[in-house]
Design a protein around this ligand. Structure first.
Ligand code: 3VV
Length: 211
């Protein structure tokens, strides 16, 4: 049983200042942390222990010094883009790789290696799924203001180049379109030098009844 909603969690939980400081030292993350940024740091809710058995993969299994020790999330500030072009469902058509709605930075260590010094593709798929899921949930709560819960129905990942460990990466996610209960999203994972490492497309489906 859940005794919280995503909106309650993202509103009440704190962003770790240690995580902000860690990524603020990295040139590729600094523009998002800058005071003039169009993005605001938001709690990476699945990294927090809510005292129940949810989110254990992200708040325990891959939350350690040799797996993913640091993760920091950002969302576009509400109203950062005035009257963007929208489709018939109100989806902001200006979103994309150059204008992602939700972003995470992750520090990846060798505890998630497949090949030597290389992150396992399954872990990268999990990072995509989580960031895309948070993007969809945040868009649902703060932009389209709909109720309900979203589950991953489909996730397609294209691996373009190995992700070395240890390293820091950025995952950019955005809404592509929405058809009734079906939410289509896209994402890119890039390294600190801005090189594209992997891409993803996902489908989240709004549940007919509560979880
Ligand atoms: C109380 C909550 C508190 C929240 C607290 C928040 C804390 C954290 C917050 C936020 C974190 C966010 C991060 C999460 C990220 C990770 C999420 C996961 O890993 S989820 C686990 C893996 N996924 C599953 O286990 C799903 C298993 N599948 C299902 O349960 C069902 O298949 C489901 C619900 C996805 C759909 O079932 P149907 O019965 O509702 O819907 P149908 O009628 O089958 O499909 C609806 C439409 O979608 C299409 N569709 C369904 N599946 C499709 C597929 N795989 N590919 C393409 N189309 C598909 C169908 O063709 C249909 O389309 P047409 O309406 O006819 O146009």
């Amino acid at each position: 049983m859940y005794n919280h909603t995503y909106k309650e969690l993202i509103t009440k939980l704190q962003v770790s200042q240690e995580d902000v400081d860690f990524f603020a030292n990295m040139p590729f993350a600094r523009p998002y942390i800058d005071n003039t940024s169009l993005y605001q740091p938001v709690p990476f809710v699945s990294r927090h222990d809510k005292g129940d058995l949810s989110d254990k993969f992200f708040n325990k299994a891959i939350n350690s010094h040799d797996t993913i020790p640091r993760a920091l999330a950002f969302m576009q500030r509400p109203g950062s883009l005035h009257s963007p072009p929208t489709d018939e469902n109100g989806i902001d058509l200006s979103q994309g790789a150059e204008n992602p709605f939700f972003i995470t930075f992750c520090q990846i260590e060798s505890g998630v290696n497949g090949y030597i010094d290389t992150a396992h593709g399954g872990v990268l798929a999990a990072l995509f799924d989580e960031t895309l899921g948070l993007c969809a949930e945040s868009y649902r709560v703060f932009v389209s203001e709909e109720g309900g819960h979203l589950l991953t129905a489909s996730l397609q990942v294209s691996y373009r180049s190995p992700v070395r460990t240890p390293s820091a990466v950025i995952i950019k996610t955005w809404m592509r379109r929405k058809e009734g209960r079906k939410w289509f999203l896209e994402a890119q994972l890039l390294d600190q030098d801005g090189l594209l490492k992997a891409e993803a497309k996902s489908l989240y489906i709004g549940l007919k009844s509560a979880l």
